[in-house]
Design a protein around this ligand. Sequence first.
Ligand code: 5AD
Ligand code: SF4
Length: 430
Amino acid sequence: MQKPEKPQNGDPRSRPNKAVFIITFGCQMNEADSEAIAAAFRRRGYALTDEIKKADAVVVNTCTVRQKAEDKAISQIGRLRVWKEKRPEGNIFVVGCAAQKLGGKYLKNRFPFVDEVVGAKAIDQFEDALITQLGPSPEAETSHQNIYRSPQTAYVTIMRGCSLKCSYCIVPAVRGPAVFLSPEAILKDAAGKLKAGAKEIVLLGQTVNAYRHGKTTFAELLKKVLALPGLARLRFMSPHPVYFDKAFTAILKAEPKLARHIHLPVQSGSDRILKAMRRGYTAKEYLALIAGLRQAAPGLAVSTDFIVGYPGETEEDFQATLALVAAGRFSMAYCFKYSPRTDRPEMKADIPEAELEKRLERLLAAVKTNSLLVLKERIGKIEEVLFETETYGRASGNFAVRVKTAAAPGRLEKVLIASAEKNTLNGKLP
Ligand code: 5AD
Ligand code: SF4
C-alpha cells in the first residue's frame, strides 16, 4: 500500500510526541509479547519511553508463575492510580498471565482506572484493545522493536501454552494447551528479524521442543531456521526433558550454529518429588539425557531451574537435589521457593519458612560453587563470542565474556579465555 509522504491530519503519526511505557514481569515469552505490543504502538506513532511521567499510555504485562510475581504486578497496577489522576486521557492496559488468572472483571473492579485487560490466552486480540482505545493503525505492515535483548538477538515465538500438567504449575491454566505456529509464520518472523539486523534467533515456547506442526517436528523446524541467510547462532527456550529425541541430538552434533547451551529445567533431584511433580523422568534419566547431549556436543553448557520446598520435601529429598547440582555440572541455575498456585490442600506449602530459607541458601551456595567450577573449565579454551558491545559478548555456551580490546558489535569472534570471575569469562582476541 502506498503511504502518504507526510502524515495527514488525524493520522497518529502527526502526533509526534506520544509515548508508551511498558512494564514486563516474568519470562521471555512475556518479553516477546511486549515487543509485539511495542510494535503495535509504534505503528500508531508512539515511541517507547522509559519514563512513565512522559508516557501517554502504560502497559503492564503480568506474570503469575509464583505468588510473588502476581503480587508485584498488582502493586504496580495500584501505583498507576496517581499516574491516571494526572493524565486522565492516558490509557492503561493490563495484559499477560496474572490478567488471565484474575480476570478483567476483578481487575477493573479493583482498579477502575484500568482501560483494558487482555489475558495471556487472548494476547492475539491485543490489537482489538488498541483499536478500541486509540483507533486503527495506519500502517498495516509488521514492524519489530527489540527491547529486552541487544539488537543482534531476536525472539521468535514458535508455540503458546503448555499441554503438560506439572503439579505445581499454573501456566497450562493461564496460557492454555500447547498451540504451535506454522513453520511458514515462524520462518517469516525469523527471516524478517534477520533482515532487520539480528544475528542470533531465540526460539521461544513453554515446552519449545514439543514443537510439531503437521509433519514438521522440532528437529525439522531447527533445520529450516538454521538455513536462513544471516543467522550466526540459534538458541531455544525452554525445552522439556521428555521431548528430546535422536533427531535433535543428530542436529546438535552436526550444526555448530546451534548454541552449545541448553536451559533444561530439572526442578528436583529426588525421584519421589519428581514423580509427585509429574515431570516424567527420574534424576538418573535426566543425567543420562544431558550426558548424551554432551557427547554429541562436547562442552555443551547446561543450565537449569530448581524448586525448593515442594510439599512433603524431606531433608533426604533435598540432599538428592544438592547431589544433582554436582552431578549435573550446571553452568547456572535459577532456584525458586515453592509457591502454591492452587487451594488444593495437598498442594499447600508445608515446609516451615525458616527451614525453606535455609534450604534455598544451601542450594544457592551449591549452585554458586559448582558454576564457578564449570566456568573455570573454560580457562585456556577458545570461545566463539557474539559481541553485543565492543568489549562484551556471549559465548555459544551463554557465558558472558569480556575483552579489553575493541571487537565489532554484531560480529562472531574467537576469544582465548584467560580468567574467570563470578559469572564472567575474561579473554583476549587472538
Ligand atoms: N513455585 C515455584 N517455582 C515455580 N516454577 C513454576 N511454578 C512454580 C511454583 N508454583 C518455576 C519452575 C519453572 C520456572 C519457570 O518457574 O522452576 O521451571
Ligand atoms: Fe509448567 Fe513448564 Fe510443566 Fe508446562 S512443562 S506445566 S509450563 S513447568
